[in-house]
Design a protein around this ligand. Sequence first.
Ligand SMILES: NC(=O)c1ccc[n+]([C@@H]2O[C@H](COP(=O)([O-])OP(=O)(O)OC[C@H]3O[C@@H](n4cnc5c(N)ncnc54)[C@H](O)[C@@H]3O)[C@@H](O)[C@H]2O)c1
Length: 383
Amino acid sequence: MKKIKVGVVGLGHRGRHMANLAKRAFEFVDFVAACDIDPELWHEKQWLQDDSMKNKHPGTKFYNDYVKMLDENQFDFILVETGADVHADFCIKALNRDINVFSDIPSVANLTEAKLLWEAEQKSQGKLMTGANPNEWGFINAMVDLYQKGLLGEPYYMEAEYIHCSRPGSITHKELNKNSPWRKSLPPIRYCTHSLGPLLRILEEDLRYAICLGTGAHIDPDSERDDMMSALFQTESGVTIRLLRNGACRAFIGHHSYRVFGTKGYFERIDSRGTTPPVTRFNSTELYGAENLTVLPIDMMPQEYSDNPHAAGHGGADYALLDHMFQAFLRKEDFPISLKDGLRMTLPGIYAAESARRKGVKLTIHYPWETEFDADIREFDLS
Ligand SMILES: NC(=O)c1ccc[n+]([C@@H]2O[C@H](COP(=O)([O-])OP(=O)(O)OC[C@H]3O[C@@H](n4cnc5c(N)ncnc54)[C@H](O)[C@@H]3O)[C@@H](O)[C@H]2O)c1
């Protein structure tokens, strides 16, 4: 079988993990080249790794110049694993060479990037897969299945929270923040794709309006970021989503929770609270015996991968992402989480951050496939 030629840019902990997983778990992957501006990351055994990237991958070429890496090699895929606010330019450069892209989230950092990336993909023979791993979780697949079978009816109100605390001084905190300027400066609400992505799977409409407020920094007054940001989004028909995101906080609780209020049922996934494990529950007027809240025996692992020894990392979702992407590529099908999906879950966070900057003004969200988007670029990015 012809090998799929893969390169990675960004060898932080996520880039190393995804490149190692692609190489280890898919025998058809040829890990051609890797790039990071910090050569220490090629040579040193890093956090959670059994060896340095150079030693683990003797056949892989290492670069500190991305364009040189693209110029000197042939690729089917580039994994873009640079910081959360610097993805688009790397993706565009690969798409301009007709190379497929796996872009980690969020997809873009501003509206101009969204337009340029959208246009680059339209012109390219390559396509972009959005690395939205929560969309792959088992309990999210269950939620989508309940919706598609009509057991939830139509959602009219949904909630999500992503509360990610790490203890200052802990090894996790130290290692995650070492080379990550974005972890200290990105407005938390812009890291919204883990929360909105799964909910948008059961929403036919795009989000149209955003209102957001931030608390300011109380825990560390030197911080540039709000400790907590809370956004309300709404579609044109009135479906409303509330999203809570944190910068700093002292709540050491499970990270991801979701609630869906539908016309015929209710779904919730409440993450762990201390010794109480995560729970997935639903009720429905449409299923005999499920009128009362009923526990669903499903966790993060997508059940089709539960026996797969490679299905590690975020509850099997990282493997599922790569598997679905490579299978689509081999079958010449569209990627299951497209650039459009990525922008639908990323742009509301950019509008929400702007709403918070303007003290909670309600903003109308547009997308690069809409004519009004250019006026927003002029107002947001160029004023
Ligand atoms: N989906 C998930 O569950 C998940 C989890 C963690 C991180 N992420 C995302 O993955 C991405 C990477 O996260 P991370 O924690 O590894 O971040 P990180 O900031 O630790 O790593 C980014 C790396 O990119 C490198 N880089 C920056 N500019 C470069 C350039 N011009 N050329 C080459 N390399 C360059 C940096 O040196 C750094 O090593 C982020 O976008 C983040 O949002 C996703």
